[in-house]
Ligand binder design. Structure first.
Ligand SMILES: [Zn+2]
Length: 168
């Protein structure tokens, strides 16, 4: 895997894209549009892994962002349509929680994809990792809390709204 040379790939839904995996930076560009997501998350997740394996996993992770984009868009759409009508919280709080939940969800989708592509080797790599687990654990617990907790917070306000509407 050459550092800095982008890979040309095509998503299952036909979108051509470019994936770049470097020592510290990586990106996905779908056509001319970059898909922004916090790369810092991936760096934390890969601590303690050998460089080659780290880059390979990062490549699958970036590919995962591309392949699960439709799923992420659906999640975002659901959050948006519910969140904009949610009462009991200022707009900026709804936007912030919704955005975090959406990004965290997309990170989880991408990493689930990475696990699916890597197979049993994924668990083996992490068992052998020299760094103690907490950095990876931090990713899983943090992303799960943000994605599920955030989505439920947005959704919970919606349920209360419909109940209010039934009473009035
Ligand atoms: Zn990511």
């Amino acid at each position: 895997m050459d550092e800095g040379r982008p890979f040309r790939v095509r998503s299952w839904y036909g979108l051509p894209a470019e994936i770049g995996v470097g020592r510290v930076w990586h990106w996905v560009k779908a056509g001319p549009v970059p898909l922004p997501h916090p790369g810092l998350v991936d760096l934390h997740l890969r601590q303690g892994l050998p460089r080659r394996e780290r880059e390979r996993l990062t490549y699958w992770h970036e590919m995962g962002h591309l392949e699960t984009l439709p799923l992420a868009l659906l999640h975002g759409l659901a959050l948006w349509s519910v969140g904009r009508r949610r009462r009991g919280a200022p707009w900026w709080a709804r936007l912030l929680v919704g955005l975090l939940a959406w990004l965290a969800g997309w990170e989880l989708f991408a990493e689930f994809y990475t696990i699916a592509r890597t197979g049993p080797k994924y668990a083996r790599l992490y068992r052998k990792a020299r760094t103690p687990m907490p950095t990876a654990l931090f990713f899983w617990v943090g992303m799960w809390l943000l994605a599920v907790g955030g989505s439920m917070w947005v959704w919970g306000g919606y349920r209360r709204d419909t109940e209010d509407a039934e009473i009035s």
